[in-house]
Design a binder for this molecule. Structure first.
Ligand SMILES: O=c1ccn([C@@H]2O[C@H](COP(=O)(O)OP(=O)(O)O[C@H]3O[C@@H](CO)[C@H](O)[C@H]3O)[C@@H](O)[C@H]2O)c(=O)[nH]1
Ligand code: MN
Length: 364
C-alpha cells in the first residue's frame, strides 16, 4: 500500500501520503494494463492520462482508478491556439497533464514501466519513495558524502557546515530504471543487450551549478515550486528533433532551481523499464540533438538569471529570450522553441490563475 500515515493509537494505516495533493500523469499511445501491477500503490491517487496520437482511438483504463483523460481534441479545445506549444506524437505531450493538474505534486511515469523489486525481493513502491524525496530537504550547496543525510540511519558527516544542515526545499525527485536503461540511440545500437541490473541504494542531491540528463520516465516534482519550468520542449510531429523533451525541461529546471535555491534529487526509486524503443527510430529523432547539445549545454552552464527574476515564470521567460538570442543562431528551431516557452507560460498562467506568479518558485 502507498506510504501511509497511521493515526496514533490506531493499528491500521489510514490515508496514503499526499493522497489528495498528488496527481499521477501518464502519457500514452497504448492501453494502460500496466496499471494493474501498480494498483496497490496508485489506486488511491488521481490519474491524469494524456492520450497522444489519434484522438478517435479509445484508451481503456482499468476499473477502479480515479482519472481524467485528455486527447488531442481536448488539448486543442482547452488551450485554443496555445495548444501549439504541446507536442503531438511524442511523450512530451505529458506536460499538458502538469498544466491542468490542480495538485501540489506530480508524479509522471511511462506506460511500459512496471514495479521493480529491491535486492530483498520486495516490490518497490516508487511513489512512496518519490514522496519521501520531495518531503525531505536537499543539499545542493555542499555535498554530503554519506548521500541523503535526512534518511533513516544516515546523517551529515564530519566537516559538513552546520549552517547548511537545514538544507533546501526539494523541487524534483528523479528516479531510475532497472532492466532497460534510458540510453541514447547510439549507445542502444552499440549495446543492444545491455540491461541495468545494478540497484544502488542511494538518493543524492545534484549539486548547485551542475546540470544532469533528466529522464521523464520515473519523475516527481513539486508543482508549486517548479511546475511552470517543467515544459517538455517541442518534439514529435513537425519538429526536427525528438527524445530531448525531458532533457530540455531538466536543463531549464536545474538552472532555475539553482537560481531559486531549490534542490533536485536523483537515485531511488527504481522502476522496471520493460520496453526498449527502436534504436533506429530513436536515432532519427535524436541525431540533431546529439550535436546541438554540444552548444546547448554550454548555454545552460553560462546563463545567468538576473536577481530580479524571483519567480519561476520570470526566470522561464528570461530563459526563453536567451534561448532565442543565443541558440537561435544554431537553428530556427530554437526561435520556435523560445516562442513556445512563452506560450507555455501564458497557457500555464491562464489555467492556474490561483497560483500568482509571485507565489510559486519561492521555497515556502
Ligand atoms: O508518440 C508517442 C510515443 C510514446 N508515448 C508514450 O510515452 C511514453 C514513452 O514511450 P516509450 O516507452 O515507447 O519510449 P521510451 O524511449 O522508452 O521513452 C523514454 O525515453 C524518453 C523519450 O523522450 C523519455 O524519457 C521516456 O519517455 C509511453 O508512456 C508511451 O505510451 C506517447 O505519448 N507518444
Ligand atoms: Mn519506454
Amino acid at each position: 500500500m502507498a506510504g501511509t500515515v497511521t493515526v496514533p493509537g490506531s493499528s491500521t494505516p489510514s490515508t496514503p501520503l499526499l493522497k489528495d495533493e498528488l496527481d499521477i500523469v501518464i502519457p500514452t499511445i497504448r492501453n494502460l494494463d500496466f496499471l494493474e501491477m501498480w494498483r496497490p500503490f496508485f489506486q488511491p491517487y488521481h490519474l491524469i492520462i494524456v492520450q497522444d496520437g489519434d484522438p478517435t482511438k479509445t484508451i481503456k483504463v482499468p476499473e477502479g482508478f480515479d482519472y481524467e483523460l485528455y486527447n488531442r481534441n481536448d488539448i486543442n479545445r482547452i488551450l485554443g491556439p496555445k495548444a501549439s506549444c504541446i507536442s503531438f506524437k511524442d511523450s512530451a505531450c505529458r506536460c499538458f497533464g502538469y498544466m491542468v493538474s490542480k495538485k501540489k505534486y506530480i508524479y509522471t511515469i511511462d506506460d511500459d514501466c512496471f514495479v521493480a523489486k529491491d535486492p530483498s525481493g520486495k516490490d518497490i513502491n516508487a511513489l512512496e519513495q518519490h514522496i519521501k524525496n520531495l518531503l525531505s530537504p536537499s543539499t545542493p550547496f555542499f555535498f554530503n558524502t554519506l548521500y541523503d543525510p535526512y534518511r533513516e540511519g544516515a546523517d551529515f558527516v564530519r566537516g559538513y557546515p552546520f549552517s547548511l544542515r537545514e538544507g533546501a526545499h526539494t523541487a524534483v525527485s528523479h528516479g531510475l530504471w532497472l532492466n532497460i536503461p534510458d540510453y541514447d540511440a547510439p549507445t542502444q545500437l552499440v549495446k543492444p543487450k545491455e540491461r541495468n541490473e545494478r540497484y544502488v541504494d542511494a538518493v543524492m542531491t545534484i549539486p548547485k551549478g551542475t546540470l544532469f540528463p533528466m529522464c521523464g520516465m520515473n519523475l516527481a516534482f513539486d508543482r508549486d515550486l517548479i511546475g511552470p519550468a517543467m515544459y517538455f520542449g517541442l518534439m514529435g510531429d513537425g519538429q526536427p528533433i525528438g527524445r530531448y523533451d525531458d532533457m530540455w525541461a531538466g536543463w531549464c529546471v536545474k538552472v532555475i532551481c539553482d537560481h531559486l535555491s531549490l534542490g533536485v534529487k536523483t537515485g531511488l526509486p527504481y522502476i522496471w523499464h520493460s520496453k526498449a524503443s527502436n534504436p533506429f527510430v530513436n536515432l532519427k529523432k535524436e541525431y540533431k540533438g546529439i550535436f546541438w547539445q554540444e552548444d546547448i549545454i554550454p548555454f545552460f552552464q553560462n546563463v545567468t538569471i538576473p536577481k530580479d527574476c524571483d519567480t519561476v515564470q520570470k526566470c522561464y521567460i528570461y530563459l526563453s529570450g536567451q534561448v532565442k538570442e543565443k541558440l537561435g543562431t544554431i537553428d530556427p528551431y530554437f526561435v520556435k522553441l523560445g516562442d513556445a516557452m512563452v506560450t507555455w507560460i501564458e497557457a500555464w498562467d491562464e489555467l492556474n490563475p490561483s497560483t500568482p506568479a509571485a507565489a510559486n518558485g519561492k521555497a515556502k
